[in-house]
Unconditional design. Sequence first.
Length: 213
Amino acid sequence: RVCLLSLAEEKAEKLRMNGCEVHVTHDVGLKAFWNAAESPNHPGTSVACVGMSCWTEPEQVREDFDGEPDLVLLCVKSYALQDSAFLNRVRRLVPNENGVILSMCNGLGNLESLSTHFNDCITAAATSYEAAHLVNVRSKESRVAVAHHASGRTVLGAHNLIGIEQRAVTAKLEHVANLLRESGSNALLLSHQNAMRETWWKAIVRSVVLLEQ
């Protein structure tokens, strides 16, 4: 089960009421994955609607789950991981060592920030090559839309540990990778060194792309 936590009440209400539209243009595989239908309003674009729960307070999420979430994915701008108010909201979601907190943010230093703030939880970072962006819609429209252009792999990694602790963390993260694979993601769990190398590689590529724009 998946539940979203948002800072924007208006967006959260739109997602609860109407779900999220997923727009796919050229990728036949993605159209099949989302079971997207041709849009009458946008020729050449297929659209699927995905229902979801979305709230603005951690306690609402925990009530929705009837307990604590097993996994928290942080899909925010990396500077949020330096914001103590944001991190305290995450702490209200996962108060103890049973949860896994996984950063899906671009940029460097994310795992280090999480490990410092959540030293009693399992923290990990992922580098994802999914290509998607929010679709601009008029503010008065009661919908949220995302364009999904291409699917790529997602690489997971955690801090180096030793002995039994390392094996326990690896087992939990392998379970996370399996969940992502079951949901359609090409997820791969790597060693800390290889995962960090992937993070640096994407940061370099993004820097070059942004310079070209």
